[in-house]
Structures are given as C-alpha cells and as structure tokens.
Design a protein around this ligand. Structure first.
Ligand SMILES: [Zn+2]
Ligand SMILES: [Zn+2]
Length: 404
C-alpha cells in the first residue's frame, strides 16, 4: 500500500514538473520579445516633431484610487507613476459615493507636468455603466434614473458620458459621447486562472507588462458595436485601463500599510505603460482641463498599446480644402478626398469603413487611400513581426475620420 502511495506521489510530482514546460517556454518567448523591443528602443532616433500640424499629448483614462472603495491606490503612488511614464494627462474615474463628491476630492489640476481631471464611474437604473468626465457629486444620483434620462442630465450638466463595459451595456440608442471598447481590467478578467498562476511564477516577475499584454485580445464584439453607432453619428473610441492598484499578495502586512513581503500585480506605474491615449490637438495651444475634455468629445486622438512599441507620432489625416483634418473630424467628400496615415514603426495598416475591412497594407510606415463614399473610416495598425498575439491584437486603434 505504501509503495502505491509513493508511486502516486511521484507521478503527481512528475506531472507538476512537466506541466511547467509550456510556462517556461512562454517565459523564454516573452524574454525574446522584451529583448526585441528594448533593442528597437535603444536604436530609435529621437522622435522628429509631428509634421501634420498638430501637437500630441499622451495619457490614460479610467483610473481609481481608494477614494471610491475597493482600490488601494493613493495619490503619491499615482503622481509618481504619471511622472515616471512622462504622462501629459490622467483622467480619473472615481467610483461614486452618495456621501461626498469623489471627483472633486481626487487629483485635479497639474501635479508635476501631468494634468489630472476628476471624473467618475457610475451606473444607471438600467444597469448600464459609464464614465462621466468631468465628474461631480450628482453623478451618484444617476443610479436612480433610466440610462437615457441619466445621459440627458449628464449632458445638461456639461459633462461627457462614455459607455463603459460595452459587453454588458444595453441602451445603444442613448445619447453618449463615446465608448470604452477596450479595458485592461476586463481583458484580465478573462484569463484562465490556472495559466495566470504559473505565469505569475515564471514570466510575470521579470516581464510584468509584456506578460499582461500577452493576454490582450482584440475586442471584436465591442468594436463591432462601436462601428454600428459610428456609421450613423460621431462618437469617440477609447481604450481605458480601470486601474485600481489593488491586486496582489502580501505576508506580515500591518494596518498602517507596511508590506514586508508581498507584491502587487497592477501598480499604477506598470499599467500606465500598457495603453495610452494620444491626443492630437491644434499646435501651440497649452493643454488645459477644458481643452482636454473638448478633445475627448471631438475624438481627436488614437489609442496606442505602447507596451509593444511607442506609438507617439502616429498620424491619420485628410485634407478638407486647404485645412488638414484629423481623427474625430468631419470632412466633406470631394473627388480629391484621400486619407493619409503614418506610423513611427513599420506596421500592417487596416482601414475600416463603417466597420468593414476596406484597405490593408503590410509592412508599411505610410499609406494613402482614396475614398469615394461617405462613411466613418478608422485605422488599426498591427505589429505582425512581434508574433502571436500581436498579429491579431492591434498596436494602434484610431478614432474615425467621418467623410460626409
Ligand atoms: Zn472598481
Ligand atoms: Zn473602473
């Protein structure tokens, strides 16, 4: 009997060891990718100023602190992470409270070079969830209203409202300003816990960002929903992070917050490196709170998954007479209407026309596309050369140019 037990234990140990092989292989692959990206970064020339007539500002949206509950992040960690990532802006989306105004209490204004804008994440009586920018004490009350009424009130109060968690959102005919088609948090929730456990042991400690990014999946269904709405009216497309800085593990921690042994898998500094919004705004005007909110409304920006390559400098424009217009803008169709796009690294450009694949060009840094039909045109750029999953998960997702 003892012999059998020994054998069973031995077999289990062998199986456990063998089960590590794919995860060790993943660590090697992730290490190779990290090496490729760091070599590329070292070889990169200093970025030339944008030649399309716009200034660029990079930042993130959908960030929580401990103010609204279930996040453990604090202001010090947040401002340090924004500075370390050289961010121009951070849009806060604190959970609401019926007792106090979390959007006013969170970071607002400049801290270092980073402009913070206090917004909220909230929900409606229909169970739809949204981001409200800027936020306010009355956003908590929207929980009592049907979605359409809640969004009307939000607009009457001069705030923007973006659909959050589109996968469970229902009221698509409501009047909103945009949709968060990608969320780092939502994406992470779909990871197989078994895979995650062993990746946390093998790959994560050395390559936290790239291990996280290796789980990224193109949000097909959310993009399709976005395209259906954008075919009929102007909305903004955004990729958020839903940063809470609260997933981790610690031993011997005390109530004061000391954690002698432990680690966090989602510190702000790490998640701020994953995906950023790059605003393109008229040259020479400083970034202010009003301007930031206005740019979000206009959709003058693209979403760059900078974890797999700095997307700064990406450009997507069209001439409207003598005027150069960019993502989020509307342009009148003419026989000369031609879309122009360029990326700072070679990529596969895919142009979508009202959600249908319309044009594709591989291994390019620049494309020119003539258009002869009125539609919403947006671009996804892929870095196929980096291998799976980045041949299917975009590096850049632009906002549409609306040809009317
Ligand atoms: Zn939350
Ligand atoms: Zn959130």
């Amino acid at each position: 009997m003892k012999k059998v037990l020994k054998r069973i234990i031995l077999a289990l140990i062998v199986m456990l060891v063998l089960a590590q092989i794919p995860f060790i292989y993943r660590r090697i692959q992730t290490g190779r990718l990290a090496h490729t990206l760091s070599t590329e970064q070292k070889a990169a020339q200093p970025k030339p100023p944008r030649s399309d007539g716009f200034d660029e500002y990079k930042g993130v949206i959908h960030v929580h602190t401990s103010l609204g509950g279930h996040s453990t992040g604090g202001f010090d960690e947040l401002t340090a992470a924004a500075a370390a990532n050289d961010l121009d802006f951070v849009v806060m989306t604190e959970h609401v409270s019926t007792a106090y105004d979390t959007a006013a209490l969170t970071l607002n204004g400049f801290h270092g070079k980073t402009l913070f804008v206090g917004g909220n994440e909230g929900d409606t009586a229909d169970g739809d969830r949204m981001l409200v920018v800027p936020g306010g004490g009355d956003v908590a009350g929207l929980h009592m209203l049907p979605t359409k009424t809640a969004f009307e009130k939000t607009h009457a109060d001069n705030r923007l409202v973006f659909v959050a968690y589109p996968e469970s959102y229902k009221t698509w005919d409501a009047d909103f300003d945009g949709a968060e088609v990608f969320s780092v948090a939502t994406n992470s929730r779909n990871i197989n816990p078994f895979v995650l456990l062993f990746d946390l042991i093998w790959s994560f400690p050395s390559y936290p960002e790239l291990t996280t990014a290796s789980y990224f999946k193109r949000p097909d269904a959310n993009l399709q929903k976005f395209d259906e709405v954008a075919a009929n009216r102007h909305i903004s497309l955004l990729a958020g992070i839903c940063a809470h800085s609260n997933i981790g593990y610690s031993l011997f921690s005390d109530d004061v917050g000391n954690k002698p042994i432990g680690f966090k898998i989602d510190p702000y500094e790490m998640v701020f490196r994953l995906v950023r919004l790059h605003l393109v705004a008229k040259k020479g005007e400083p970034l202010t709170r009003e301007r930031l909110v206005d740019t979000f409304k206009k959709g003058n920006f693209y979403n760059g998954f900078d974890v797999i390559g700095d997307s700064s400098g990406f450009s997507f424009t069209v001439k409207d007479g003598d005027v150069t217009k960019t993502m989020g803008d509307e342009v009148t169709l003419s026989p000369q209407t031609k879309l122009t796009a360029s990326a700072p690294l070679p990529a596969r450009f895919v142009v979508f026309k009202n959600g249908e694949k319309f044009f594709e060009q591989t291994d390019s840094t620049e494309i020119f596309v003539n258009v002869s039909e009125r539609a919403a045109y947006r671009i996804e750029a892929y870095r196929d050369a980096l291998g799976s999953p980045f041949d299917k998960m975009p590096w850049i997702i632009s906002n549409p140019i609306y040809v009317r």
